[in-house]
Write a protein that binds this ligand. Structure first.
Ligand code: 3HC
Ligand code: NAI
Length: 695
């Protein structure tokens, strides 16, 4: 295998190239290769200057994240950066593509930077729960100034090199021919005195302004960091850049880096990074997808219009079909409303919107779908209505077109059975709002062909969504698990906690909102209709909490009716506690003879999470989900599970599957019907394994 770092000479310039596909991550072999080649260039008397570059699509996307959590092998990246900076010959970093994290820190340690204008630079470490740990926190403020450095590092957002050039980060920008330009730029600087960033103090000289920046960022992060630890440590590291000599500052950065790396938050966030990439790997991924250029959407309600917008944004031609003139007008309005808002907010021009909407065709005739490559159905959640739609579609759409349903719960096989082409029928479960939410559950029924599944993945990629493979069962992965912990929230409420305390506990855990705030947001009427439909099949022995029905009987459906678990003042989304809701809860408790008891927030979390993890284990046991990390992705992207905890399966591993099982056994003493330990969880504990072992 060829070495990941090579050196070639162009006259008196040494060209050092990183070649470690796919993103030139700076693993151990690259790090030692860089030191070796810098030293080789230094010792070569013919060489007068050095260019550092990356092969293929980028300079480097940073440290090799797959090495995190393992034994740290020398040389460490900060040593590599220091060695580059200490070079007796000038080093020019020629950067392109995404130059991120440690990759950008390597570039910062060079004496000059030349960049292709399409390059994105950034320090996204904060998204992994860590901080730039190869001198970035010390070099960036010295070059770009404290405020700009804090902005880049605490948000982790990449910036264009055009912006980078404005803050001294780039010495020359070129439109194309990066290597030719880098060679001529290097010729220009040969013989000139070059400055190391450690010797610069442009960014850190104005102390009162810098103190104010540190204060401002600390105060803002208190409100915006959402419980994250590492953004504050980034500010601490920048403070060290202001108050300590460079080498001492580097030592402080290393300490803070290791501190963050050892935090549970970084473990959760790194797990989320890899899980998100792994979930797109389906057994069907390698099968060639079918042609996919035009999409039909049936239904222009909440989901139909969201899916239409997602498809338009992805560049498809979209035909939306509704049942009658009034409904299609409403559907069209739903679509236009979103684009008009883009114009109002300055996100798109009128002309841009006009050109997108040229690809949108509203219709009331199924015949207009005759030629589309894929139809996604989003009509009412009623088996008979959906089956009617599938029967009709079977008659009009061309052979080979994919037939998808966006159902939340219904059996896709039963829909497929209404067609003469079950091999073409699949579930594509979007989340609301479908144009914004990134998760797409691809539900694989028994008779679907592999290329249809792979066409679903293709759709997800084009829409920039995160696809997760799900088996065909009631609620698939996400809604099935939600059914379980949703019930537990009701049990805890009926047993003694208020909905407001439960919401508070869940928010403290890291969710943006609690389950009762969520019910109010989504609207209680949908769940109520479902419960009435399934009332006849409900088992007598199962515990049933009537409180949500009582609220719905009063017409309290949540935000849209100004009242649900909370009271909403006209136009406000922020609800107030409602004493009348508490009265209803009291009444229901006394009807059942329940003596209310108190719960700590910790107890609320224990029960809520135990229910989630237990049902998730069942989902895995029944092979509805492919791997535990897929469930994590569903919960992170579909249900706002706090990302820094990695997802419920990662959380279970962190607290220990045995603790979860013991909790469930304890709760089963009160309600053995609901709290049945999943066979998979029992097996894991018996074998001393973790969910990670199943990934
Ligand atoms: N380390 C290890 N593997 C990485 C990686 C990294 N830094 N970045 C990407 N990869 C892997 C991915 O896991 C994926 O592997 P797979 O094909 O086996 O699934 C492959 O590279 C391609 O990645 P993507 O699918 O994400 O490709 P995209 O083209 O969509 O995105 C990217 C490319 C923008 C570079 C994106 O991968 C990314 O954001 N990477 C992470 C960048 C990052 O966070 N860098 C900081 C690392 S921490 C650090 O540098 C610490 C330092 O301060 C000491
Ligand atoms: P909705 O009530 O807002 O829209 C349904 C639309 O379907 C209505 O506009 C109606 O006119 C149209 N329709 C009904 N029968 C039709 C027919 N025979 N032909 C053409 N159009 C017809 O419902 P919503 O919320 O958009 O849900 C649609 C589907 O998406 C359901 O299956 C639901 O379970 C699922 N879903 C809903 C989510 C949500 O948060 N609302 C999330 C994910 C899936």
């Amino acid at each position: 295998m060829s070495k990941p770092v090579s050196l070639e000479k162009k006259n008196h310039i040494a060209l050092i190239t990183i070649n470690n596909p796919p993103v030139n991550a700076l693993g151990q072999a690259v790090r030692s290769g860089l030191i070796e080649k810098i030293e080789e260039a230094e010792q070569d008397s013919e060489v007068k200057a050095i260019i550092l570059r990356g092969e293929d699509k980028c300079f480097s996307a940073g440290a090799d994240i797959s090495e995190f959590g393992k034994t740290r092998l020398e040389p460490h990246l900060p040593d590599v950066c220091n060695r580059i900076e200490a070079s007796s010959k000038p080093v020019v970093a020629a950067i392109h593509g995404t130059t991120l994290g440690g990759g950008f820190e390597v570039a910062l340690s060079a004496h000059y930077r030349i960049a292709l204008s399409s390059t994105k630079i950034g320090l996204p470490e904060v998204h992994l729960g860590i901080l730039p740990g190869a001198g970035g926190t010390q070099r960036l403020p010295r070059i770009a100034g404290v405020h700009a450095a804090l902005e880049m590092m605490t948000t982790g957002k990449p910036v264009s090199v055009k912006k980078g050039a404005e803050i001294n980060l780039i010495d020359r920008l070129v439109e194309d021919k990066l290597m030719e330009s880098a060679l001529s730029f290097t010729e220009e600087i040969i013989g000139k005195e070059f400055k190391k960033s450690r010797d610069r103090n442009d960014g850190v000289s104005d102390s009162s302004k810098n103190e104010a920046s540190l204060k401002l960022f600390r105060e803002t992060l208190e409100k915006t960091a959402g419980g994250l630890y590492s953004p504050f440590r980034i500010v601490d590291a920048v403070e060290a850049a202001l108050s300590l000599p460079f080498d001492e500052g580097l030592k402080k950065e290393r300490e803070l880096f290791i501190d963050c790396m050892n935090s549970p938050q970084s473990k959760g966030l790194i797990h989320a990074f890899f899980s998100e990439r792994k979930c797109a790997k389906f057994p069907e991924s390698k099968t060639e997808a079918r042609k996919l250029e035009t999409v039909g959407v049936i239904g222009g309600g909440t989901m139909g219009s969201g899916i239409t917008i997602a498809a338009l944004d992805a560049g498809f031609e979209v035909t939306m079909v509704e049942r009658d003139e009034d409904s299609i007008k409403r559907g069209q309005k739903n679509v236009e409303k979103v684009y008009n808002r883009h114009i109002e907010k300055g996100r798109m021009t009128k002309e841009q919107v006009g050109s997108v909407l040229k690809r949108y065709k509203p219709s009331t005739s199924f015949e207009d779908l005759g030629d589309v490559d894929m139809v996604i159905e989003a009509v009412f959640e009623e088996m008979s209505v959906k089956q009617g739609v599938f029967e009709k579609l079977d008659k009009v759409i061309k052979p080979g077109a994919v037939l998808a349903s966006n159902t939340s719960y219904l059996d896709i096989d039963q829909l497929a059975s209404k067609t003469n082409r079950p091999q073409d029928v699949i579930g594509l479960h979007f989340f609301s709002p479908a144009n914004l939410m990134k998760l797409l559950e691809i539900v694989v029924p028994s008779k679907v062909s592999k290329d249809v599944v792979s066409t679903g993945i293709k759709l997800a990629k084009k829409m920039r969504k995160v696809p997760v493979r799900a088996g065909n069962c009631d609620g698939f992965i996400g809604n099935r698990i939600l059914g379980s912990y949703g019930k537990v929230a009701l049990f805890i409420m009926e047993d003694g906690a208020t909905p407001y305390q439960i919401d508070e506990a869940i928010r403290e855990f890291g969710y943006p909102i609690g389950p009762f705030e969520m019910f109010d947001l989504a609207g209680g009427d949908i769940g109520w209709a479902n419960r009435k439909r399934s009332a006849s099949t409900r088992k007598k022995e199962d515990r049933y909490v009537h409180i949500p029905d009582r609220l719905c009987e009063n017409g309290w459906f949540g935000q849209k009716t100004g009242r649900g678990y909370y009271l909403y003042e006209e136009g406000s989304r922020k609800g107030k506690q409602d004493p009348e809701v508490l009265k209803i809860i009291e009444e229901e408790r006394s009807k059942k003879g329940i003596k209310p008891r108190s719960f700590t927030n910790e107890e609320v979390i224990e029960r809520y999470l135990a229910a989630m993890i237990n049902e998730a284990s069942n989902v895995l046991y029944e092979e509805v989900a492919t791997r535990p990390s897929d469930i994590d992705v569903v919960e992170l992207y579909g249900y706002a599970f706090p990302r820094f905890r990695g997802g419920p399966m990662k959380y279970a591993d962190m607290i220990g599957p045995e603790k979860v099982l013991n909790d469930i056994r304890e709760f089963a003493k009160e309600d053995p019907i609901f709290w049945k330990p999943s066979p998979l969880l029992e097996k894991l504990v018996k074998e001393g394994k973790s969910f990670e072992n199943l990934n």
